[in-house]
Design a binder for this molecule. Structure first.
Ligand code: GLU
Length: 291
């Protein structure tokens, strides 16, 4: 059997908190138990919010936790050409279309539809794409692009689903509703999801599947908040002929009010806890990962 490959893939747009510690420790422990490798990847496609000092702090916090990883660390911001090529491939098989609505226009369109019918939301609570750009005539598209208008590149989800057929993934953790084992992907729940933008030729969904495949990742261990995103990842893998890893979604660390932790809450930040004298063993206890 080939050696298992795990990865921890934070975004360097803030400091790590207890939720990241849980994810990183699980990846580290599972990789070690399986005799596997652990990679670290910086998901820094949002170049406006990601900063080198956050990346340096991530290295420091992980090392403090006792985690070690393989070099080199992959930075997504260094591979835009690779993602652009994948977008071109999706375009060549006519699976994507550009949409030109501004954020305000989208809110307005959804508002209108919400009055008449309750407009559907994706698993993250974001309204599905309500626009009609899929039907736009090719010369109109080309003219708007030539004029320099901003646009998002969307996956035509119905067409994609028809092309790839029903998809599943193997879940060794659990979904938010306790789902485990063979999971049927539900990409329609996401509508015509954004896979790239004019100014950033990729998206979280696109770069994550490309990198997992390129880096030979066999086991994706990440938070339950990304469980249903796996449906989109499976579609992109099928369209781009990429293998599907095994998935293990883990519970989230919640704050005292039962909300998901955010990077801005100092109370659960690893640096803050360290400054208060909390030890790495205490962190393991706090997130309930046995030593
Ligand atoms: N970069 C994502 C995050 O920080 C994790 C992506 C993944 O593990 O697939 O939430």
């Amino acid at each position: 059997m080939p050696q298992p490959v795990f990865r921890f893939a934070p975004s360097p747009n803030g400091h790590l908190h207890l939720g990241h510690a849980l994810s990183a420790l699980l990846n580290f422990d599972l990789a070690r138990a399986a005799g596997g490798r652990l990679l670290l990847r910086m998901e820094d496609i949002d170049t406006a919010r990601c900063r080198p000092e956050f990346e340096a702090a991530i290295f420091e916090d992980l090392a403090w936790l006792g985690i070690s990883w393989e070099q080199p660390v992959r930075r997504q911001s260094e591979h835009f050409a690779r993602y652009r090529a994948a977008l071109a491939k999706l375009d060549a098989i006519r699976m994507t279309f550009p949409s030109f609505e501004s954020r305000a226009e989208l809110i307005h369109l959804v508002g209108d539809r919400d009055v008449r019918e309750r407009w559907p939301r994706d698993p993250d609570g974001v309204p599905l794409y309500p626009g009609a750009a899929r039907q736009m005539k090719e010369p109109d598209r080309q003219a708007r692009i030539a004029r320099g208008e901003p646009y998002a590149i969307r996956l035509d989800i119905e067409k994609a689903m028809e092309w790839v057929g029903p998809l599943r993934w193997n879940e060794t953790g659990a979904g938010p509703g306790g789902e485990r084992g063979e999971i049927a992907a539900d990409p329609a729940a996401w509508g015509d999801v954004i896979v790239g933008r004019k100014e950033t030729p990729t998206s979280y969904h696109l770069s994550v599947v490309i990198d997992d495949a390129l880096q030979g990742v066999t086991h994706v261990v990440r938070g339950q908040d990304l469980f249903w995103a796996t449906s989109v990842h499976r579609v992109l893998q099928a369209l781009l002929d990429l293998p599907a890893p095994e998935y293990h979604h883990h519970r989230l660390v919640l704050d005292a009010d039962g909300r998901k932790l955010s990077k801005s809450t100092a109370a659960t930040g690893l640096r803050e806890l360290r400054a208060q004298g909390v030890t790495p063993a205490d962190v393991r206890r706090l997130v309930n990962v046995a030593l």
